[in-house]
Ligand binder design. Structure first.
Ligand code: NAG
Ligand code: NAG
Ligand code: NAG
Ligand code: NAG
Length: 354
């Protein structure tokens, strides 16, 4: 009986694994690579070489994602001859998925990304980050500015070295006082034991609220302390945004489901413990202010990563040209307002002296 159950179970797993299409246009399947970085983790990344005279753009995704977040940018910039490096970040897709939160310290992840750039022989890339990818872009600017010509931040702006100095419980109290809700209250659930399984058991609910049509819903059903736990446990459904097609949603889900959520949730565990704030003590203070051109694409209907906060922080910490574009969009600007983001980034990149 047990072996029949196991057999049935392994069949389900096998059929999930094969439900991903072999080709995911615009990604050219022969341009994916794997690199064993210095600390012994394998990174899976897309690398499309630049035409002569064009820079390489490095795209860093956030939670709960993969290289596939950047499909619209890859299709747009690849055709124009820009080089592209698009990794699966630690914990995701084809990259290693360590379960120890300490492995996710930004000083370590930034070095992994530099190992990739060294392997590709890249020295003056344009760095573009969204969500937690914007945090890693911030830390790359802090630790390794010599590798980049310029920085673009999407939805989440530049995150200064002292941004997370306030302990997490106090941060919740502060946001409740200022906004009326804890915009990062869901980090508490994401850091708790068993959260990965609750998410997987309610995966459609999770994707609905993570990619919603009406982002106002996130103020009650996602962000505050306790909200997403209850939303998921009750199997609630809301209308997802049409900026992710049903086919794309299936791909996103399968890329994330393959090895579960335990590893990706470490991106939050480092925030609710002192791992991030301790690690950030090592940032060279002379690199806290950005001395290269910066682009910030703010998402005006993002009620978790609040545009005004990041506009202020990015303004305060830029000491070169700063371009700010404000989008009538939720968090997923590179999907929801993809054409505008692509043309704005192109115009900004063309104006750089690379
Ligand atoms: C994919 O990349 C390979 C290796 O550079 C190249 O030979 C092939 O033509 C590319 N395929 C497409 C569809 O562009
Ligand atoms: C990666 O490199 C380390 C040494 O840095 C080695 O111990 C490990 O076996 C390598 N892993 C893979 C998958 O090749
Ligand atoms: C946060 O606010 C609650 C309720 O007002 C209070 O009990 C708690 O002590 C505060 N926590 C911190 C760390 O300030
Ligand atoms: C900003 O740039 C100006 C002019 O290059 C320079 O004098 C100043 O020291 C810089 N400020 C910081 C904080 O780097």
């Amino acid at each position: 009986m047990l072996s029949r159950v196991l057999l049935a179970f392994s069949f389900v797993v096998a059929s999930l694994a094969t439900s991903l299409p072999a080709d995911l246009p615009p990604f050219n399947s022969s341009l994916f690579k794997d690199l064993n970085v210095t600390r012994g983790f394998t990174y899976h990344y897309y690398a499309s070489p630049a035409d002569a005279g064009k820079p390489t753009l490095v795209f860093l995704h956030g939670f709960p994602s993969s290289f596939y977040d950047w499909r619209h940018q890859v299709s747009f910039f690849q055709d124009k001859g820009y080089g592209l490096v698009v990794p699966d970040m630690l914990g995701y897709g084809g990259t290693a998925k360590p379960l120890d939160p300490e492995a996710y310290a930004p000083s370590l992840i930034t070095k992994d990304i530099i190992d990739i750039l060294d392997a590709e022989g890249l020295q003056q890339s344009v760095l573009i980050g969204h969500d937690w990818g914007a945090k890693i872009a911030s830390r790359l600017a802090n630790y390794f500015p010599q590798y980049f010509s310029s920085y673009a931040f999407l939805a989440v702006g530049y995150i200064a070295p002292d941004a997370f100095a306030l302990p997490y419980p106090e941060q919740n109290n502060l946001s409740r006082a200022v906004l009326g809700y804890e915009n990062f209250g869901y980090w508490d659930f994401f850091s708790s034991d068993g959260a990965d399984q609750i998410i997987l058991d309610n995966f459609d609910s999770f994707f609905d609220i993570w990619f919603p049509k009406d982002t106002v819903l996130t103020i009650k059903d996602l962000a505050p302390l306790g909200a997403i736990n209850s939303f998921l446990r009750n199997g609630r459904r809301v209308t997802p945004g049409d900026f992710v097609t049903p086919e794309e949603r299936t791909v996103q889900m399968e890329l994330l489901r393959q090895e579960g959520l335990a590893a990706p949730l470490n991106w939050y565990k480092i925030m609710t413990t002192s791992i991030e704030s301790d690690d950030d003590q090592g940032i060279p203070s002379e690199n806290a202010v950005l001395k290269k051109p910066v682009f910030f694409g703010a998402a005006l209907r993002d009620y978790i990563a609040i545009a005004a906060t990041y506009i202020a922080a990015t303004l305060q910490n830029s000491n070169d040209t700063l371009t700010i574009q404000q989008y009538d969009s939720g968090h997923w600007v590179m999907l929801e307002v993809k054409d505008k983001v692509n043309t704005d980034l192109l115009q900004w990149i063309e104006g750089l002296n690379y």
